[in-house]
Ligand binder design. Sequence first.
Ligand SMILES: [Zn+2]
Length: 73
Amino acid sequence: MPIPPQPLNIHCPRCGWHTRWQPRSDALTAKDLPPSQCPRCGNEALDLHPLRGVGALVGGLLGRLGTFFDNRH
Ligand SMILES: [Zn+2]
């Protein structure tokens, strides 16, 4: 079952560079893949965050858990 492409927020934790990657509707080629390297500092460990979907949901839950534990301390 193909996974429909979804837009991503791409963030470089090293230098702060970020962009939004919008997938093409057809014909995924190497050119259409999200960047795997920061064009500013060359960091290959980029953070990719889906703008919506499961990733955003999990992120929201983790954020709430973090707030909960912070309040406990
Ligand atoms: Zn960078």
